[in-house]
Design a binder for this molecule. Structure first.
Ligand SMILES: Nc1ncnc2c1ncn2[C@@H]1O[C@H](COP(=O)(O)OP(=O)(O)OP(=O)(O)O)[C@@H](O)[C@H]1O
Ligand SMILES: [Mg+2]
Length: 396
């Protein structure tokens, strides 16, 4: 893992004399008091964060929590009043406040590009010309420019629309132009400030999928701002939750879902849709917690109430699932074509990556728990009705 971006105890204040605001902050004054006494708005306070190269790091939080303010420090749109903002450049981490104008300019213009919340397209320029804009600014020669524009319009599937004006495009398409424009530059760092928030849910999910797909090949370092935990967990390798200018928790999606740091995070977690983000790794009851049934040659009990028992071989691989002597047919989830046709004598097996949505559907249609198997077919856990309910309430 190589670090690409690092915030160290960053404070961002807006107002006439930020030093006075900082002094009050150190005395422990709250934001309201600081504003009343100094007219400074504390937008970010003591934010520390490290983003690895090739990762998508999401900043999440309510409106006004400081997400954009923090993001905009990365490309210098906001000034860091205290603390350090570092970016990897030529093999070492460079402090943007001390690196000198030339390096700073080069980092901002060549290394970083940004996609804004409001598409920020130029209405008097065509789609093609909009994508071209950043490349013109950084002096890319015409031939190379044309090639880049074409590739990136293809990437977002807008090659047919090159000659249209933004007003002739839907919101989703305009946002894709913004994406193409940001991708067309050579920048290895992509800043995205709620790029999909203004779009309706279906288009939004589609663009999220598209971004994830593009990222597989691009491997850019992306810092993505969102106020939606579903989106944050879907996109982010790492999610940071901001509350009132502070980062209150940073972790993997699973870490945030399972161990929310405070009530604020817990509220976000409670309001999200678990079907979309939980997988069986988080849901399952691990095999170590399942009881063994001594009476019939040491079966592992998969469903206590109905007496469904799994038998494993010496390596722990699941060989057979049975109930009162009747043996079920076992199929892998991947081999199930249509869940609706699952019969009652079939047990479907999943993996730790199987989504909660699939686990719910299997349970609904087959009525049976789903054994969770490792890559080498070892039984590692089970997801039944109880585990699914646990996933829905998530406090248990
Ligand atoms: N240019 C500015 N001048 C003065 N105050 C600002 C400026 N930008 C942000 N603020 C203030 O800083 C605080 C954090 O704002 P910020 O825009 O970073 O929040 P946000 O989390 O991005 O919110 P949203 O989800 O609404 O975009 C707010 O109180 C805001 O009013
Ligand atoms: Mg914002």
């Amino acid at each position: 893992m190589m670090e690409a971006i690092r915030f160290e105890h960053v404070d961002v204040l807006f107002g006439p004399e930020p030093e006075k605001g900082l002094a009050l902050l150190d005395e422990g004054a709250d934001k309201d008091k600081i504003y009343q006494e100094t007219e400074n708005i504390v937008a970010v306070h003591d934010a520390s964060l490290s983003v690895n190269r090739g990762d998508i790091s999401v900043l999440m939080g309510l409106s006004g929590s400081g997400k954009s303010s923090l993001l905009r420090c990365i490309n210098g749109l906001n000034k860091v009043n205290r603390g350090r903002m570092l970016i990897r450049d030529n093999g070492s981490m460079v402090d943007l406040s001390t690196c000198g104008k030339k390096v700073l300019h080069q980092i901002r213009t060549e290394r970083i590009s940004m996609v804004f919340q409001q598409f920020a397209l130029m209405p008097w320029r065509t789609v093609w010309e909009n994508v071209s804009f950043g490349l013109e600014l950084s002096g890319v020669p015409r031939k190379k420019r044309e090639e880049l524009i074409r590739t990136n319009l293809e990437l977002v599937k807008l090659e047919e629309w090159a000659d249209k004006y933004p007003s002739e495009l839907s919101g989703g398409m305009q946002q894709r132009v913004g994406l193409a424009r940001a991708l067309a530059t050579d920048a290895d760092i992509l800043l995205m400030d709620e790029p999909f928030s203004a779009l309706d849910p279906l288009i939004r999910e589609h663009l999220q999928d598209e971004l994830l797909m593009l990222q597989k090949n691009l491997r850019k370092t992306i810092v993505f701002v969102s106020h939606d935990l579903d989106e944050a967990l879907k996109l982010g390798n790492q999610v940071s939750i901001m509350e009132s200018g502070r980062i209150v928790q940073t972790g993997s999606g699973e870490n945030i879902l399972l161990n929310p740091a405070n009530d604020y995070v817990r509220q976000f977690v409670a309001s999200m849709n678990p079907l979309k983000v939980l997988n069986c790794n988080a849901l399952m009851r691990p095999v170590t917690e399942l009881s063994v049934e001594p009476s019939r040659d040491a079966g592992i009990v998969l469903d206590e109430d109905r007496g469904i028992v799994g038998r494993v071989d010496i390596d722990g691989c699941l060989e057979q699932v049975a109930c009162d002597g009747a043996i079920y047919k076992m199929v892998e989830l991947n081999d199930v074509n249509d869940m609706k046709t699952l019969s009652a004598n079939t047990i479907v097996t999943g993996t730790p990556e199987t989504s909660m949505r699939d686990a719910v559907e299997i349970n609904h249609h087959s009525g049976h728990p789903m054994p969770v198997l490792s890559e080498d077919n070892r039984l590692i856990g089970v997801v039944g009705r109880e585990e699914i309910l646990g996933g829905i309430v998530r406090d248990s």
